[in-house]
Design a protein around this ligand. Structure first.
Ligand SMILES: Nc1ncnc2c1ncn2[C@@H]1O[C@H](COP(=O)(O)OP(=O)(O)O)[C@@H](O)[C@H]1O
Ligand SMILES: [Mg+2]
Length: 233
């Protein structure tokens, strides 16, 4: 089991007001899963991913990554875990504007101290896999939305994580580009045996799921498990 949450809860405090964003979520993902969590705006999707990624602290319950309870880890241990085991993909791509596509993908490897020939091997390999090897020298503002998201997907995988978390990865893309991006994620999921957890309110994304889960008002309900056909991008 790569990921498990136990009775995971998050209450935001705004002044006197308490906002329960997540209400006791039990969830698990196995190595290599491709799971889509579908829910409307405000249902708790980003909160859930932020707690799993350990960028925000939960109120109650536990997040386990590869069986390790994250609430027992120090800040340094959490930072290591985030760098090595989890990749992130965002709605707004979150690329560094002054760096080229190549340098954006390379960046997490610099933080890990990976040597330059290994960096080059991994970065060029992934840029090729997401179909933008020829655009390696371009900066984000010289790329389309779909190309930027391809860079972000390559970056999320470059550290060879066990789990990639994607927060509404198609929200800023037209539907055709969104489908291409989902096809790429699905193919990388199979080729790299890395688990993907995608949260979205885009019904198109659900077509690519192996397992679909619904989120409403901070609670999950399993929808179904199914085998899907998808076309390679
Ligand atoms: N930092 C915050 N402070 C207060 N309330 C928040 C904060 N972040 C999210 N919320 C609230 O928590 C609920 C879930 O939000 P969120 O996880 O962002 O949902 P989603 O990603 O599905 O749109 C919403 O009611 C939202 O207003
Ligand atoms: Mg959100």
């Amino acid at each position: 089991m790569i990921l498990e949450t136990q009775r995971l809860s998050k209450v935001y405090s705004v002044g006197q007001e308490k906002i329960p964003a997540l209400r006791g979520v039990d969830f698990h993902a196995s190595a290599g899963d491709f799971i889509v969590i579908n829910g409307p705006s405000g249902s708790g999707k980003s909160t859930f991913l932020n707690l799993i990624a350990c960028v925000d602290r939960h109120s109650e319950g536990e997040v386990l990554i590869e069986g390790q309870a994250t609430s027992k880890l120090s800040e340094n241990q959490l930072a290591e875990l985030r760098k090595r085991k989890i990749g992130l993909v965002f709605q707004s791509f979150n690329l560094i504007p002054v760096l080229s596509a190549y340098e954006n993908v390379e960046y997490p490897l610099l933080l890990l101290g990976v040597n330059s020939s290994e960096r080059q091997r991994r970065v060029m390999g992934l840029l090729e896999e997401v179909g933008i090897k020829d655009l390696a020298k371009r900066r984000p503002d010289e790329l389309s939305g779909g190309q930027r998201q391809r860079v972000a997907i390559a970056r999320s995988l470059v550290t060879e994580p066990k789990l990639v978390l994607a927060d509404e990865p198609t929200a800023n893309l037209d539907s055709e580009t969104g489908k291409q991006v989902m096809s790429i994620m699905r193919r990388l999921n199979e080729d790299h045996k890395v688990a993907f957890l995608v949260v979205t309110h885009d019904p198109v994304v659900t077509q690519y799921a192996e397992r679909t889960v619904k989120i409403r008002d901070g609670q999950l309900t399993e929808e179904n498990s199914h085998v899907v056909a998808y076309s390679a991008a």
